[in-house]
Design a protein around this ligand. Structure first.
Ligand SMILES: *Cc1c(COP(=O)(O)O)cnc(C)c1O
Length: 360
């Protein structure tokens, strides 16, 4: 079978040339006679890989010098616990904006560790928009404010970075990392599970402002303490070596494509034409507030569940796979991360037009 256009929300499509390069280097990396998977994490070869990965990530995301970049394990969900365990430094209070299931899960996890306030939520409207908040909405003594920058399931994204004043802002960027440029200095901590825009699942990349490190209590497990990870340059224990190597290949690819700014222009083009096709259609509609629409996860419905299922099945037969919405919301979702080529979006738009004609 030929490769398909994979619209999965995650794990998701990766650039073919990256997969091929990893394939070529699988059994013998750089002439050293072994796979990266077989290599000591203390070897000089791996030391170079992890240093280059960090350097590239810093360059691509313009991470300021006073931030540590960490390669951790346990996916995005482990950060839901690490954030409160480490960042509840004084009042043990944190304010959360709940814009979807991932934000809600993070909020519920944090409740185990401190006093959590939901500052705003779009749950009553099925998370179809991003609430507007301002500095005055947050508790003055909150240790941090938490947001999910891009809501993978509901197809929304923040069109702005909330102003939290002096309160550190924490952002889950799992599904929008490397997709557009952000002023990282506005955040105290960002993290991203790798399986959407970076590489293999399990790995999570975190950037944390240095002055926020070192506040975890003695009861916090060693591995869940950012200080352990920062002091040991992510090598306290055996890190997910192959995933870090793979992430490095993806970072190299993003750089070769022109960097995150160029990626953003391409993502804008892809998303714009897909939303345009949905808005112009008489069969499909997008439930998301136009100004909050995600460039990465495009959600749409026909309004008829049976027809939605038919669409997903027929699209699959046409080589456009994983277009079903999240199991909890149904409908359709096209995840068009960095690695989805423009031709994939064009093929989807053409298929939608054909389906509409046949099912009017
Ligand atoms: C996928 C996703 C997660 C969960 O990541 P895991 O690696 O499965 O724990 C968290 N947040 C967002 C925004 C996601 O898209």
């Amino acid at each position: 079978m030929e490769r398909v256009f994979n619209f999965s929300a995650g794990p998701s499509m990766l650039p073919l040339e990256v997969l091929e390069k990893a394939g070529k280097e699988m059994t013998n990396y750089n002439g050293c006679g072994m796979s990266v998977m077989e290599m000591s994490h203390r070897s000089k070869e791996f030391d170079q890989i992890i240093k280059e990965a960090e350097q590239l990530f810093r360059e691509l995301m313009k991470i300021p010098d006073n931030y540590k970049v960490l390669f951790l394990q346990g996916g995005g969900s482990t950060q839901f616990a690490m954030v409160p365990l480490n960042l509840m430094r004084k009042s043990k209070k944190a304010d959360y904006i709940v814009t979807g299931q991932w934000a809600k899960k993070a909020m519920q996890e944090a409740k185990k560790f401190g006093d959590i306030k939901v500052t705003a939520t779009s749950e009553p409207d099925v998370y179809t928009y991003i609430p507007k908040v301002s500095k005055e909405d947050f508790r003055e003594d909150a240790d941090y404010v938490y947001i999910t920058m891009n809501n993978t399931i509901y197809g929304t994204t923040y069109p702005y970075i909330p102003d939290t004043g002096d309160i550190p802002l924490v952002a889950d960027m799992s599904s929008n990392i490397l997709s557009q440029e952000y002023d990282i200095s506005k955040f105290g901590l960002i993290f991203a599970g790798a399986q959407k825009n970076i590489g293999p699942a399990g790995l999570v990349v975190t950037a944390i402002r240095e002055d926020l490190i070192g506040f975890a209590g003695p009861e916090v497990p060693t591995m869940l303490n950012y200080k352990t990870q920062a002091d040991n340059d992510s090598l306290y224990n055996t890190p997910p070596t192959y995933s870090i190597y793979f992430a490095k290949l993806v970072f190299e690819w993003v750089k070769k494509m022109g960097g995150v700014g160029a990626m953003y222009q391409r993502n804008l083009r892809k998303a714009k034409k897909l939303y345009q096709a949905i808005d112009d259609s008489k069969l499909f509609r997008c439930p998301v507030n136009p100004e909050d629409r995600s460039l990465m996860n495009v959600v749409f419905v026909t309004g008829d569940e049976t027809l939605d299922k038919k669409f997903v099945a027929e699209a699959k037969a046409a080589g456009l796979v994983n277009l079903g919405g999240h199991r909890t919301v149904g409908g359709m979702r096209a995840s068009i991360y960095n690695a989805m080529p423009e031709e994939g979006v064009d093929a989807l738009i053409a298929f939608m037009a054909k389906f509409e004609k046949e099912n009017r």
